[in-house]
Write a protein that binds this ligand. Structure first.
Ligand code: FES
Length: 123
């Protein structure tokens, strides 16, 4: 989790769900936490807060794709299976997806705010 006085500047519009499942029988099946997903979730959370992106990190259970983890899902957008590769390039790909989804969500929210309501028909 993030330490300090960071506060989101606006209500989160979507989540990024990161599998943080840890499995003890690693000889049978790997797990996302065993491949560093908990640290990845912390890193992404810090980057999202620093950039003031209206998204939140949800640390969740197994997504049934363990062989290809760490796995994470940007709500309404991309699913990432990092294949045990938490690299700068993959983190950049994830953040690009998060930024693009934030732009899309903000545009949709702005459009909804200016759309005529049922009580006020369009001219
Ligand atoms: S442990 Fe993450 S998908 Fe199964």
């Amino acid at each position: 989790m993030i330490e300090g006085e960071w506060r989101p500047t606006e209500k989160p519009l979507f989540t990024v769900r990161v599998c943080i499942n840890k499995r003890m029988n690693t000889d049978r099946l790997p797990s996302c936490a065993g491949r560093g997903s908990r640290g990845l979730a912390d890193l992404l959370e810090r980057m999202i807060l620093e950039e003031r992106i209206p998204a939140s990190i949800t640390r969740g259970p197994c997504m049934n794709n363990c062989m290809h983890g760490p796995n994470l899902k940007v709500q309404g957008a991309d699913f990432f299976s990092l294949e045990d590769q938490i690299t700068d390039e993959n983190i950049a790909r994830i953040m690009d997806s998060v930024r693009a989804e934030a732009v899309r969500r903000r545009a949709a929210a702005a459009e909804a705010a200016t759309a005529p309501t049922a009580a006020e028909p369009a001219p």
